[in-house]
Write a protein that binds this ligand. Structure first.
Ligand SMILES: [Zn+2]
Length: 56
């Protein structure tokens, strides 16, 4: 059964990784505006996913 939240969390992770690999501004310590936005949405989805897992 496809887990939509998990898929979105994985997609956000990939989107951020792809950006970070092609971006000359983003580092582990600092992120550009686009990178920061992608990172935040990844963190939000990850939190939601982990919280839901914990509740079960
Ligand atoms: Zn960037």
């Amino acid at each position: 059964m496809p887990d939509e939240l998990f898929q979105r969390y994985q997609a956000a992770h990939r989107a951020h990784q792809t950006h970070a690999q092609g971006c000359t501004t983003c580092t582990d310590q600092a992120r550009c505006r686009d990178g920061g936005r992608l990172w935040e949405s990844f963190v939000r989805l990850q939190d939601a996913y982990l919280q839901r897992k914990r509740r079960r």
